[in-house]
Ligand binder design. Structure first.
Ligand code: ZN
Length: 189
């Protein structure tokens, strides 16, 4: 039986639940592109089966922020996913802030170990700093998923270097996350 990975591309193209925007880069575009590439990598590996929360660049989920988030967790819960990975890109008032970080509901959990591996994979592949795994028990998608869930902030749109890499090389982010998933399951060649 293939391991079912649900990939949520974080936001909607327009409000409600549109994402951050900086340096001419729109978060949902980046999340969408990385998600499509990550799903392709996983679906080309017989050990995995991947689904995306948004299947076209213009697809809107929900009619409010709440129902948009709910559509994502419902998609994973109804499918019976083994893991939920939500893709995001960060924003900060501090332009120097750079790198990838991840959020999980609880430390020392399956999600925590997966997040640790994903950040290692991203850092190795993109060269952006690894800012570590943090807990956040308020994030909707971490609270309302029936399976372990990781929210990945892949880089900072407010940092010109991160924004350039995110918008021009989504494949490296997809490959980094994919390698992290392989490491977590002990499937790295
Ligand atoms: Zn976001």
């Amino acid at each position: 039986m293939a391991i079912k990975i649900f990939i949520d591309q974080g936001h909607n193209p327009v409000n409600p639940n549109a994402g951050a925007e900086a340096n001419g880069v729109i978060e949902q575009d980046v999340n969408y592109e990385v998600g499509v590439r990550l799903a392709e990598l996983l679906n080309n590996n017989p050990n995995f089966e991947a689904r995306l929360s948004r299947n076209s660049p213009t697809e809107q989920l929900g009619t409010s922020t709440l129902t948009s988030l709910q559509a994502r967790t419902d998609g994973a819960n109804n499918w019976g996913a083994d893991f939920f990975i939500s893709l995001h890109a960060n924003a900060s008032n501090i332009v120097e802030a750079s790198g990838s970080e991840a959020y999980v509901y609880m430390l020392e959990s399956p999600a925590y170990y997966m997040a640790t591996r994903i950040l290692q994979g991203l850092n190795y592949r993109t060269g952006l700093p690894n800012r570590g795994v943090m807990t956040n028990q308020r994030l909707y998608v971490l609270r309302n998923t029936d399976m372990p869930a990781v929210l990945v902030e892949m880089g900072y749109l407010t940092n010109p270097t991160d924004a350039y890499l995110l918008s021009t090389d989504p494949q490296s982010f997809a490959q980094g996350i994919y390698n992290g998933i392989l490491m977590y399951y002990g499937l790295m060649q």
